[in-house]
Design a protein around this ligand. Structure first.
Ligand SMILES: CC(C)(COP(=O)(O)OP(=O)(O)OC[C@H]1O[C@@H](n2cnc3c(N)ncnc32)[C@H](O)[C@@H]1OP(=O)(O)O)[C@@H](O)C(=O)NCCC(=O)NCCS
Length: 471
């Protein structure tokens, strides 16, 4: 069946039902308002498909995540982040020639304009790196003007600038934060090595790359590169639909990601594990508190994954590898494992489909790689930039794209009389009373301007008069 029938007020309206590649169904309501006069209401958009997209497929019930059709498990095991970025944005895995040329372009685009480096000086030392990243990415628009009509060549350059410079800005922000001089990107290093070098080398010490750390960060970036219509990606599409400058578009995605409900959760996991450790608990007491709703087990549960988060499985294995290296002792990881083991046997968590999500392990990986706490969300932003750009690019090419402009159901005050400044603060005519008056006088419920509204006995309006304010 490819039609759905809506029966409202005794009138039936047929609506098309679309079927996606994997059989998922969506009722097309684009003509709903013009045909019936009503709109849908879906706060948080949990039941709303905002677009069709060929970038990422996600099935939360089955724990499936695929980029352009490729399972995330395979991409994480076999591809580097730069390859995955190319795949997301251009739709196919690159040939070695395409990969070389893309990597070269990223390298050539990695420096930010030298004048921008001076901006960092003006921020306070305690500035959060996400604040710097949002601002600096938006300001790229002033240094690298984007033409009104962008051809493929210009688009390729803009994309390379963003993928590469978000990483440079992130590392410069950290250097600013710790009061060290910025380290420039190097043409000799690959994407992740380059980032780690900009973060951790200094004029007085060279950074020694550890291949396990490089692989862990690369995998982290791959796993965070896209997640279909999440909050920041939807923001990118929303802002992009106005044809805003692409740097401003990506900056808006970074701003959305900054929120604790979105990109900030892996920080919360580390804070939770540290507080459990500090309290002398091995995790069991905390679990009991979570079951009594006195605490929330951060890194557990997900709005869409209801059986397991495939990214968490990959990161758990990586975590084991990284944290079992000689000399590495991470008591937080031991607590995390105990919590996971206990929670996965507990009916409270099982009956609510609460499993570890990507953030449960990603914070531990970043911590083991010595990434500072405040940079966790920044790393997420570096990973997500190709995903945002893939959606922006897809939207640009879709001739059906319209400016995003949802409707609403208005529940505020009904029409009321303006109150002059010197009369404000006095008891107001209640909205309900006004509405009742409107209905009793206008009959149809519609307010008729300039009609004299008689005040109900004993009720005065803000002017202290009896309803003759329009006279
Ligand atoms: C991700 C999250 C926001 C999803 O929320 P949601 O789909 O709206 O789920 P709900 O908040 O409706 O929770 C459903 C039930 O599980 C409980 N629950 C959800 N997550 C829980 C958690 N992490 N710890 C303990 N209980 C939890 C809720 O209290 C609720 O219980 P109830 O049915 O007795 O009222 C939520 O699971 C959460 O806050 N997790 C921790 C934060 C986190 O890791 N975020 C990163 C997500 S990638």
């Amino acid at each position: 069946m490819n039609k759905a029938v809506l029966n409202y007020g005794g009138v039936e309206t047929e609506l098309d039902v679309l079927t996606g590649t994997e059989g998922e169904k969506g009722i097309d309501i684009q003509k709903l308002r013009c045909r019936t006069g009503i709109v849908t209401l879906d706060e948080g958009y949990a039941n709303t498909g905002s677009c069709t997209s060929a970038v990422t497929y996600l099935d939360g019930e089955k724990g499936i995540l695929r980029y352009r059709g490729y399972p995330i498990e395979e991409l994480a095991a076999r591809s580097r982040f730069v390859e995955v970025a190319y795949l997301l944005m251009y739709g196919e895995l690159p040939t070695s020639k395409q990969l070389n040329s893309f990597s070269g372009l990223l390298n050539n685009s990695s420096l930010i304009h030298e004048d921008m480096r001076h901006f960092f000086l003006a921020f306070p030392n305690y500035a959060h790196p996400m604040g710097l990243l949002t601002t600096m990415v938006a300001s790229l628009a002033t240094f690298y003007p984007v033409p009104e009509e962008m051809g493929d060549e210009e688009e390729r350059q803009v994309i390379a600038n963003l993928v590469s410079q978000v990483r440079t800005i992130a590392a410069f922000s950290y250097k600013k934060f710790i009061g060290e001089p910025a380290v420039y990107p190097s043409y000799r290093l690959r994407f992740v090595e380059n980032f780690l070098n900009m973060m951790f080398s200094s004029p007085v010490s060279n950074y020694q790359q550890d291949p396990d750390v490089v692989k862990a960060i690369d995998t982290f970036l791959v796993l965070h590169a896209d997640h279909e219509q999440n909050c920041s990606t939807s923001t990118v599409r929303m802002v992009g639909s106005s044809l805003a400058n692409v740097y401003a578009v990506i900056s808006s995605g970074i701003a959305a990601l900054w929120g604790r409900r979105h990109g900030g959760a892996n920080q919360e996991v580390i804070a939770m594990l540290a507080s459990i450790l500090e309290s002398g608990d091995d995790g069991r007491r905390f679990i009991e508190n979570a079951k009594r709703k006195e605490a929330r087990l951060m890194g557990f549960g997900h709005r869409v994954y209801r059986t397991f988060d495939p990214r968490a499985v990959i990161l758990k294995n990586l975590c084991h590898k990284l944290l079992s290296k000689p000399g590495v002792n991470n008591p937080l990881f031991d607590i995390a494992l105990k919590i996971e083991e206990a929670a996965l046997k507990d009916d409270y968590f099982l009956s609510r489909n609460l499993y570890p999500n990507v953030d449960f392990y990603s914070g531990l990986i970043l911590k083991a790689a010595n990434i500072p706490y405040d940079m966790f969300t920044v790393l997420f932003a570096i990973g997500r930039t190709p995903g945002w750009l893939a959606h922006w690019r897809e939207m640009r090419r879709n001739e059906n794209t319209r400016i995003a402009r949802p409707r609403q159901i208005y529940v505020g005050p009904a029409l009321r009389n303006y109150i002059p400044l010197d009369k404000r603060g006095a008891p107001q005519t209640s909205t309900t009373a006004m509405r009742e008056r409107e209905q009793s006088t206008a009959g149809s419920g519609r307010f008729t301007p300039r009609r004299l509204l008689p005040m109900p006995p004993g009720e005065t309006n803000s002017l202290g008069e009896n309803g003759s304010e329009f006279a």
